[in-house]
Design a protein around this ligand. Structure first.
Ligand SMILES: NC(=O)c1ccc[n+]([C@@H]2O[C@H](COP(=O)([O-])OP(=O)(O)OC[C@H]3O[C@@H](n4cnc5c(N)ncnc54)[C@H](OP(=O)(O)O)[C@@H]3O)[C@@H](O)[C@H]2O)c1
Length: 220
């Protein structure tokens, strides 16, 4: 499958490593340009590209950059992606440590991914946002293993969500359907499921126990 990855940091780098190892055709971009990605390309066989090029023809595009940088991405970014492209958003809002206050998230009560979707002008599927980047390399397990970690996946486009859940299964993790994007507050920072290394049952329970209140630490 052709997969574009925008962001080559902790999460984007490790997804590049695992997805190329699985035989996918990965195109990876960062803010500084493809010439800064030669080491990752040599290590993995991924193709370094510009941000504009990463989604071209892709069936899945992962957007994995700091939330505050999302509005800097070019408009019409997914116009040349494959029909039905699934766009994965791994983002989290860290107003105090990184992103600054984003009024639409706090005052309008938007989920972080709904805000990102509006910036991108394309539906997104929220996944990996509570997953330690290192776990992508270190903790994949075969389906059926009792210790297999499960990840919550939220989004409104059921076909895209299926595609993302299948890819996560291939990466070595179970998934739990966490509902639509407006339900995705259940997996944002400081919720019980955020950073939880648990199986399907534990993740389902943690999602149910979440509170929609934004805690002071995650308010700007
Ligand atoms: N780290 C984790 O374990 C973890 C876990 C789950 C979710 N997340 C979330 O996933 C997102 C990415 O986290 P991360 O830790 O992988 O970030 P990171 O290590 O800081 O890497 C960020 C990447 O985004 C790129 N980038 C920044 N602005 C960009 C722009 N305008 N256009 C294109 N690329 C741009 C950077 O490129 P340059 O280096 O060229 O600037 C860099 O490759 C964040 O929202 C984070 O909260 C992180």
């Amino acid at each position: 499958m052709k997969i574009g990855i925008i962001g080559a940091g902790n999460i984007g780098g490790n997804l590049t490593r695992r997805l190329t190892a699985l035989g996918h055709d990965v195109y990876v971009a960062n803010s500084r340009g493809p010439h800064t990605l030669t080491a990752l390309a040599e290590e993995t066989g991924a193709t370094p590209v510009t941000v504009e090029e990463a989604p071209r023809g892709a069936e899945i595009v992962v957007v994995t950059i700091p939330l505050k940088a999302v509005p800097d991405l070019p408009s019409g970014l997914f116009d040349e992606a494959a029909d039905g492209v699934a766009v994965i958003d791994t983002g989290n809002y860290y107003p105090r440590q990184r992103d600054g206050r984003i009024a639409a998230i706090e005052d309008e009560g938007l989920t972080e991914s709904r805000w990102t979707e509006r910036q991108l002008g394309h539906p997104v599927i929220k996944a990996f946002n509570g997953t330690y980047a290192q776990d992508i390399l270190d903790r994949p397990l075969p389906a059926g293993d009792p210790d297999r970690i499960a990840l919550p996946v939220a989004g409104d486009d059921e076909a895209a969500k299926r595609k993302v859940r299948d890819l996560i299964d291939e990466l070595g993790f179970d998934t739990v359907d966490a509902g639509g994007l407006d339900d995705s507050w259940r997996q944002q920072p400081d919720t019980p499921v955020y950073g939880l290394r648990g199986g399907v049952e534990a993740v389902t329970k943690a999602l149910a126990e979440a509170s929609p209140e934004r805690t002071p630490e995650f308010s700007g």
